[in-house]
Design a protein around this ligand. Structure first.
Ligand code: 2BA
Length: 109
């Protein structure tokens, strides 16, 4: 048994859950926040047998898109603490960040 953990963008999460459920995968959706942008994203937990991991990853790849996101840095660009000029920066946010974990024990009671 494996656990696929996927951090995806909120905009893709609805369609991704739909596609997973349609393909008979159980998924749990967690509201999460990216450490860098400090914006909301979605973490999905999908528990599957090892032979299904590649299929789950291919569904994630089909649905999730990279997008450019602009955020305003809280750091003064001059390095001066007294002058604060909001400074927009473009960041490319990936379609999904995927972790595959080994599960020691899986049980439903
Ligand atoms: P965030 O941490 O909010 O990061 C959003 C995007 O900002 C990242 O996209 C990356 O393009 C950029 N970024 C992140 N840290 C950076 C840094 N120190 N310097 C410059 N740019 C930086 P992704 O790499 O596609 O990550 C999307 C989201 O996936 C992340 O949101 C985070 O929630 C999660 N994530 C990514 N890598 C992770 C990891 N190694 N462990 C846990 N979560 C991760």
């Amino acid at each position: 048994m494996k656990l696929v953990l996927a951090v995806v963008q909120d905009d893709d999460s609805g369609e991704l859950i739909e596609r997973l459920v349609k393909n008979k995968y159980s998924a749990t959706k967690l509201a999460s926040t990216g450490g860098f942008l400090k914006e909301g994203n979605t973490t999905l937990m999908v528990g599957v047998t090892a032979d299904k991991v590649e299929d789950v990853i291919s569904i994630i790849k089909e649905v999730c898109q990279s997008r450019k996101q602009t955020f305003t840095t809280p750091i003064p660009p001059t390095g001066s603490a007294s002058v604060f000029i909001p400074y927009p920066i473009d960041v490319m946010v990936g379609g999904a960040t995927i972790f595959v974990l080994d599960i020691d024990h899986f049980e439903k009671v």
